[in-house]
Design a protein around this ligand. Structure first.
Ligand code: SF4
Ligand code: URA
Length: 330
């Protein structure tokens, strides 16, 4: 299709099921006819795309493809003349606007009125879901990962601060493309101040190696930074107090992918009601980051049958990484 003088046709127009070129191509006005039944006439001036789109309903109950001649529709929009329109359109405009008088005035702006309208600066984008790690507490006074680590080591914001030996801030590459997030430190981590260094950690190392990566290339963190006594699951007040540190780490690192290890991290970061068994292996997007939930390595130690599932999940992650690396090289 030839682009009109105002530019090329936008590849997709929001709210329009069937973008079509205008029959009078020289005007370069692009309009679209949606077969969906709606009572709204949408006008949209898209400066960025350099096209004007007018989207409207042509007739109630109309079949796709069963549309009026494009010139006729354009004339209708232009004149705003309900008297001159086809009977089925008449009834639509009347039904939509509630009265014959209001139908043309309220529902159909003229072309010249549309041309005067100010274009929205950006096309409307769907609102993206945010990860639960984004809270009202923004620790932007912590400018880098070292500052976060120092703050965490001094932190006493929740009761876990009283029983820990060492806080475990997390470690890895400051610009890691993949971040692994577990539950919280166990006995070995508490003793060393480093994440995933016990039996579960050795298994995580193997998982990372199977992905052709090493610990220095990724970032490994936890929902809570201090060991819960007896390795119990962290309580909700402890998670709420601690998660803003993780949020700041995510914000500074901006990974492409967040691998969620286990139920506690899934509930804390995605949905308190989520089930890891049901959600593992399924891509999510939160706050612009691809999220892959999988089983915690400790669960694999208890049930080695789960290893094959984690293997599948991590294959999805590596495939996706290869894909975006390829796109970045193009
Ligand atoms: Fe602070 Fe987190 Fe440790 Fe609680 S668990 S004391 S919030 S660092
Ligand atoms: N389990 C976790 O969730 N995190 C660690 O750091 C170690 C074990």
């Amino acid at each position: 299709m030839n682009p009109g003088p105002l530019g090329p046709e936008p590849s997709a127009l929001p709210n329009c099921a069937t973008p079509r070129p205008c029959a009078l191509k020289s005007t370069s006005i692009v309009y679209c006819i949606t077969p969906m039944v709606s009572n709204t006439i949408r006008t949209l001036c898209q400066q960025a795309w350099k096209a004007i789109a007018i989207c409207g309903i042509i007739s109630l109950g109309q079949k796709e493809g069963d549309v009026m001649a494009e010139e006729k529709q354009l004339t209708l929009f232009e004149r705003g003349d309900v008297e001159g329109s086809a009977p089925e359109q008449m009834s639509l405009w009347q039904a939509e606007a509630g009265s014959k008088k209001r139908s043309t005035e309220a529902a159909m702006p003229s072309w010249s009125a549309v041309a005067q309208m100010r274009a929205p600066r950006e096309p409307t984008r769907p609102v993206e879901p945010k990860g639960l790690w984004e809270t009202d507490i923004v620790r932007d006074y912590l400018p880098d990962l070292d500052a976060i680590a120092r703050e965490v080591r001094d932190c006493r914001l929740c009761k876990l601060g009283r029983t820990r030996t060492n806080a475990v801030p997390g470690e890895g590459h400051p610009h890691a493309r993949i971040m692994f997030v577990g539950e919280g430190p166990g006995a070995d981590e508490d003793a060393q101040g480093r994440p995933f260094v016990g039996a579960a950690g050795r298994l995580l190392d193997k998982i990372i190696a199977a992905m052709d990566l090493n610990r220095k290339e990724v970032f490994i963190g936890n929902v809570v930074k201090c060991r819960p006594p007896g390795n119990r699951v962290p309580e909700s007040d402890e998670v709420s107090a601690c998660v803003p540190y993780l949020a700041r780490q995510i914000e500074l690192i901006r990974p492409d992918i967040l691998v969620i290890l286990g139920a506690t991290a899934l509930k804390a970061l995605i949905d308190p009601k989520a089930s890891i068994t049901r959600m593992r292996g399924t891509w999510l997007t939160r706050s612009g980051i691809m999220v892959m939930p999988t089983f915690h390595p400790a669960a694999l130690l208890r049930d080695p049958g789960k290893k094959v599932l984690v293997w599948e999940d991590m294959n999805k992650v590596t495939a996706w990484m290869k894909d975006i690396n390829g796109q970045r090289e193009e």
